[in-house]
Write a protein that binds this ligand. Structure first.
Ligand code: BTN
Length: 286
């Protein structure tokens, strides 16, 4: 069986990050994000990472649940303390993680899979199936208005669960690897952490602004290059309810917001932020 172990993850972390991250692997939790939010409030240091083999109450975006069966998935939460980051820029944590997840999948799956892509804002897509989702939760300091801490959570469907995905998601969910490979989940976790922290460390350090901007610029380009919605027709679904509209995606901005032109009436343009809408490419089964 492909067991996740802290030792194997640690052994696959880069020389720089291995001593800087505290990785804990648990068999079962309600939600790694919820657990790490509690630890964050109690003062746990940035770089604390909790990984679980299964979650009984895995959380997705917009109050949804995230299916988290044992032995086949990888559920990771990372505690960050980006004290200098403007809360308006916190979306970069999610989008940077999306690029890191794609790169990690490529590292571990090598030539056995096609190019992992991103559905704005937080879904990782492989061969038209969602194989991972990201949920970042932030605690804002009421006095300073700054981010006290953020918990970056990612759930990856590494293998198909025994008996297949449940009815509600079986048309959209997919697995990264077709067969079990010993140590693959640990290597995937380490590759994700290496790729994510390589960029995040530069961006969260405000000392070298030029370097910060260069990294931001480079990864937003990488994010856009993997976008499945850029230039496409999409359904825009307001998360708070309201009318679904069709639109053409014109751009993903430097802040990872989405510029669209509605195509179902007056051709008006709008800038959409991730909290206000869901996007589905037209023709996607759901
Ligand atoms: C989504 O697809 O809507 C986001 C899913 C995020 C799931 C991960 S699994 C690890 C972490 N713990 C949670 O409860 N959720 C995130």
């Amino acid at each position: 069986m492909d067991q996740i172990t802290a030792q194997n993850i640690q052994a696959n972390l880069s020389e720089y990050w291995a001593p800087r991250l505290r990785v804990e692997v648990l068999d079962e939790v309600v939600s790694t994000n919820t657990l790490l939010k509690t630890r964050g409030a109690e003062g746990a240091p940035a770089g604390t990472v909790v990984i679980a083999d299964t979650q009984t109450g895995g959380k997705g975006r917009l109050g949804r649940s995230f299916y988290s069966p044992n032995h086949t998935g990888l559920y990771i939460s990372v505690l960050l303390r980006p004290s200098d980051m403007n809360p308006a820029k916190a979306l970069h944590i999610t989008t940077m993680a999306a690029v890191a997840a794609c790169e990690a999948i490529e590292d571990v799956a090598e030539d056995s899979v096609s190019r992992p892509m991103i559905k704005w804002v937080n879904d990782i897509i492989l061969e038209d199936r969602k194989v991972a989702g990201i949920l970042t939760e932030s605690a804002i300091n009421a006095t300073s208005g700054k981010i006290d801490f953020a918990v970056l959570g990612i759930g990856l469907n590494v293998y198909a669960p025994e008996g297949g995905f449940p009815e509600e998601i079986k048309e959209i969910a997919g697995a990264i690897l077709p067969i079990e490979i010993e140590g693959a989940r640990s290597r995937l976790a380490a590759a994700f952490l290496n790729h994510f922290f390589e960029r995040y460390a530069c961006v969260s350090n405000s000392e070298n602004e030029a370097k910060q901007n260069q990294i931001l610029d480079e990864y937003v380009k990488a994010y856009k290059a993997r976008s499945i919605v850029l230039g496409k027709s999409v359904n825009v679904i307001p998360t708070g309810g309201g009318e679904r509209r069709t639109a053409q995606v014109l751009d993903i901005t430097d802040d990872c917001n989405m510029l669209v032109a509605y195509t179902d009436g007056e051709c008006e343009e709008a800038m959409l932020s991730s909290g206000e809408v869901s996007i589905r490419p037209i023709g996607e089964i759901k």
